[in-house]
Write a protein that binds this ligand. Sequence first.
Ligand code: HPA
Length: 251
Amino acid sequence: MSILAIIGGTGFDAPGILHVDKHELVNTPFGEPSGPVTRGSLFGQEILFLPRHGYSHNLPPHQVNYRANLWALREAGADSVLAVAAVGGIRADMGPGRLIIPDQIIDYTWGRSGTFFERGLDGKSEPVTHIDFTAPYCEELRQRLLKAAFAGNISVVDGGTYAATQGPRLETAAEIERLERDGCHLVGMTGMPEAALARELKLDYACCAVVANWAAGKSDGIITMADIEKNLKGGMQQVSELLESLLSFNL
Ligand code: HPA
């Protein structure tokens, strides 16, 4: 049986909808994951869950051990991964509260451990391997999410280019203008190297991005944590509905 793992993002750290069977501490050759892997069930399906920022939301995006997280989920039996991620909206149809299933990424992060091939997948040195990353998200999983959205009558945006920025600060208005010129439509701090590491481990990986705020300069005034939290509440409710549709209809 194939097992879906959910990596929860900001606002989705400990979803109450999850029925927890156990917490599993997984040791990895790459250090500690963000917490124990939760094995449980969601809408009748066995799933794994890991909050990217820790169960008490204490890890900023640049300090997340992405390698350990993906490794631990694969060790626990995952073959596909749904990444839930809070983002800023750049394109006009990506306002606060919207759900987006992106199809492309541009990586602006730096200094993160972004490959398993440094020491080899078995912890020993291996020939350098270059994964194909033309389509950074698994199209089959993306299509399943879109089907679930349609079946559950949940409005989502199909496609979009995710700009992965370093954080933890938000961007300047000029940086967002540059991202827009580059062709980016949404901006978040955790999309990379997570997606690439999943591909290296041959995990099917897709993202459900939830718009927490208009990106810098795209609305009047400043971006406050209070606004982000308020918008994420509604967005994460829709993520729960999307998951219900995906898992209970077995899509
Ligand atoms: N920029 C980067 N990451 C984010 C944002 C943003 O505006 N909002 C939520 N995560």
